[in-house]
Design a protein around this ligand. Structure first.
Ligand SMILES: Nc1ncnc2c1ncn2[C@@H]1O[C@H](COP(=O)(O)OP(=O)(O)OP(=O)(O)O)[C@@H](O)[C@H]1O
Ligand SMILES: [Mg+2]
Length: 416
């Protein structure tokens, strides 16, 4: 993760360090979150009184991951590596036989913080506290399940449900046989799943703000159901008549909302901005920030917004990996939704409930149009050999588009 400091601006977003002024490890034990009701539309999620987590020993997790074997590495983020592990389905104890379940073990690496100020050693603890408080209690089909954790002296590990298709980031930007381009309908499915997860968080009484919505935190199961992971930055939203909470500016460059970067005021709608950035990445196949692009195009939002306004311009922005196989009306509606999510004023952005409904309408429209096409094709002779449309963005570098060849995982230092 790239961390934003309070002096970061949208235009000069660079990797800097955040600052944590207070922290108590006892916070891990005192998790007091009342059971809350959720909006009717999102009742498939629940919030538990107490996190239902298993405490692992380091020896158990060594055992489960074959001593953190290199070939079991699933990926690496700013806080350390994520390993594949095997545990018993019922007891979650490491096992080599019987009913085994695959898990993902994130090994937070305080040594990765070297070069940072000394107090930043504590940031993994802060992250762990957040993960346990939020992820341990929130249960929803579109949130990655936190199964347990290990806290032994300097060792901090988190154990999650395993998401076999990895991250959306890998699918959008990584090249290779393992990463088939995502079709339009899969992109919509993923956007809808992620929107459901975020809508659930926002709809709860506490209005949880996720704060780190980005393509690498959207993980996919074997059927491309999307789930949000990483709650290290999640925060209880404003209560009563308050519109926002004020907090240190932490998050990821390119995804954080402008009002949050400028003032530290964090709104529920700050998450909606992040969602808009990911939608734009899904439409364009371009990373939110990419210094391999020409300098005036480093920030995707800055240069891509004008392409979202009409069909012709949009066709030049759309991801060439879609090979033109998308309904142009649906794409335009998604583009218009993206623009609304990226509005400068939080108030002007739609709620996640509205975002979800719009995406579902686009999905339904696509099915309808396919049905009506099928009906009309029964009455019309088929046209063979039609060339697919290959829209090409005039701003895309000629060789290897942005993101091509860039690392699949962020290795930039992370502090929360
Ligand atoms: N539960 C999981 N199941 C399967 N793979 C996972 C899981 N969690 C993480 N990964 C893999 O590990 C990679 C690294 O994840 P991690 O959350 O540590 O970093 P990140 O999200 O890429 O970056 P950041 O450190 O900025 O959050 C992911 O991109 C994904 O490929
Ligand atoms: Mg992550």
């Amino acid at each position: 993760m790239t961390v934003l400091s309070s002096t970061t601006t949208a235009s000069n977003c660079t990797a800097t360090t955040g600052k944590v002024s207070t922290f108590s490890t006892s916070a891990l034990e005192q998790s007091t979150c009342n059971s809350v009701s959720t909006d009717e539309a999102f009742t498939d999620g629940t919030i538990l009184e107490m996190p239902n987590l298993r405490m692992f020993t380091l020896a158990e997790l060594k055992n489960a991951t074959k001593n953190f074997k290199a070939e079991n590495v699933l990926g690496e983020g700013g806080f350390g590596k994520v390993f594949k592990g095997w545990v018993d389905e019922k007891t979650l104890s490491p096992t080599k036989s019987g009913l085994r379940m695959v898990v993902a073990v994130k090994k937070l690496n305080p040594e990765g913080m070297q070069g940072f100020e000394e107090w930043q050693f504590l940031t993994p603890f802060l992250s762990l506290q957040s993960e346990v408080n939020f992820m341990g209690k929130l249960s929803h089909p579109n949130l990655v399940k936190l199964l347990g954790y290990c806290l032994e002296e300097k060792d901090l590990l988190l154990v999650y449900e395993f998401m076999s298709k990895g991250s959306l980031e890998n699918h959008l930007f990584r090249r290779g046989a393992a990463f088939e381009p995502l079709s339009w309908s899969l992109r919509l499915k993923i956007a809808i799943g992620a929107a459901r997860g975020l809508a659930f968080l926002h709809s709860s009484e506490k209005r949880v703000i996720y704060r780190d919505f980005k393509a690498s935190n959207i993980l996919l199961d074997p059927n491309y159901n999307a789930k949000l992971s990483d709650f290290g930055l999640a925060k209880d939203g404003p209560v009563g008549t308050d519109s926002h909470v004020t907090t240190r500016v932490l998050g990821t460059c390119g995804y954080a909302a402008p009002e949050y970067i400028a003032t530290g005021h964090l709104y529920v709608k700050s998450d909606v901005y992040g969602f808009g950035v990911v939608l734009l990445e899904m439409l364009s196949g371009q990373r939110a920030l990419d210094t391999n692009r020409p300098s005036d195009q480093h920030n995707l939002i800055d240069w891509a917004k004008p392409y979202l306004v009409d069909r012709k311009k949009l066709a030049r922005l759309m991801d060439p990996r879609l090979e033109g196989k998308y309904p142009s009306k649906g794409a335009l509606q998604a583009a218009q939704l993206t623009l609304r999510c990226l509005a400068n004023e939080p108030k002007s952005r739609p709620s996640m409930k509205e975002v979800l409904e719009t995406l579902e309408d686009i999905e339904a429209m696509k099915v309808q149009s396919r049905e009506s096409k099928n009906a009309s094709s029964q009455n019309r002779p088929r046209r063979h050999g039609q060339a697919p449309v290959h829209p090409r963005s005039p701003v895309r570098p000629r060789q290897g588009g942005p993101g091509v060849g860039s690392p699949a995982v962020s290795r930039s230092p992370k502090a929360r």
